[in-house]
Design a protein around this ligand. Sequence first.
Ligand SMILES: NC(=O)c1ccc[n+]([C@@H]2O[C@H](COP(=O)([O-])OP(=O)(O)OC[C@H]3O[C@@H](n4cnc5c(N)ncnc54)[C@H](O)[C@@H]3O)[C@@H](O)[C@H]2O)c1
Length: 261
Amino acid sequence: MELTGIDSTVALVTGAAQGIGAAVASTLAGAGAHVAVVDRNVEALGTVVEKLRAGGGSAHGYLVDVCHSDAVEALVRDIEDELGPIGILVNSAGVLHTGRVVDLSDQQWQETFSVNAGGVFHVSRAVAQRMLRRRRGAIVTVASNAAGVPRTEMAAYAASKAAAAQFTRCLGLELSDHGIRCNVVSPGSTDTPMLRSMLGEDTEARGVIEGSPAAYRVGIPLGKLARPQDVAEAVAYLVSDQAGHITMQDLYVDGGAALHA
Ligand SMILES: NC(=O)c1ccc[n+]([C@@H]2O[C@H](COP(=O)([O-])OP(=O)(O)OC[C@H]3O[C@@H](n4cnc5c(N)ncnc54)[C@H](O)[C@@H]3O)[C@@H](O)[C@H]2O)c1
């Protein structure tokens, strides 16, 4: 299916220097979007922008930490001045701190919420204020299936993703009578630097796929990790015209790991 409504649109993608965000940036650039590639990792950002341009895409790098409200406001203003009105926003920047609740530090909890929930709020607010005036736009937040299924050693992360997901759906309700759609994509285990930092060896990746009764994990029914591209395709669909009557939805891209449709 050819996706429409992306070509020539300005798309802001956070966390786009690697992993899922980079795959989203590449997919949207491939569909003709002018992509504002936003991240706080300067080296990886430069590499991704070069790669997208080498592939014929329209990509522009912006260095920002989404935790900082003022910096985000300036970022969105600069992108609109330089590239034009933002029609698509994808919130993919995220961090993961694992550990049992009894061992979590204040700092781990705060950083998790500051990026995964606060960052989504800052960027979405700044972009939504502008989309509202134009009465058009589409927003997707990349949350996690951990937001809906309890996981051991992931309480801070799961709670922050539940906050981001519900925030995005409430935003969708507030913006719906302005024709702006807001949806959530909730990946399961996806083969990116974030997952590898948690798993390390391939044997541990097999453990995620097969499941672990001791950790109350059922595994992945489809028998494989997601590729970043699997998640990017779902995001691209949701921001396209083909999803023109879909808003406030939460699409799980997890190979069935959450055991629901
Ligand atoms: N990989 C998985 O298994 C998985 C599963 C479910 C959900 N997710 C979510 O998908 C999203 C992308 O994950 P990923 O696996 O590609 O992660 P990743 O760590 O590979 O990439 C995340 C990117 O976000 C950037 N980032 C982090 N904090 C930032 C900040 N404060 N400001 C700007 N940029 C920031 C990082 O520099 C990095 O480039 C995250 O929100 C993550 O929580 C990932």
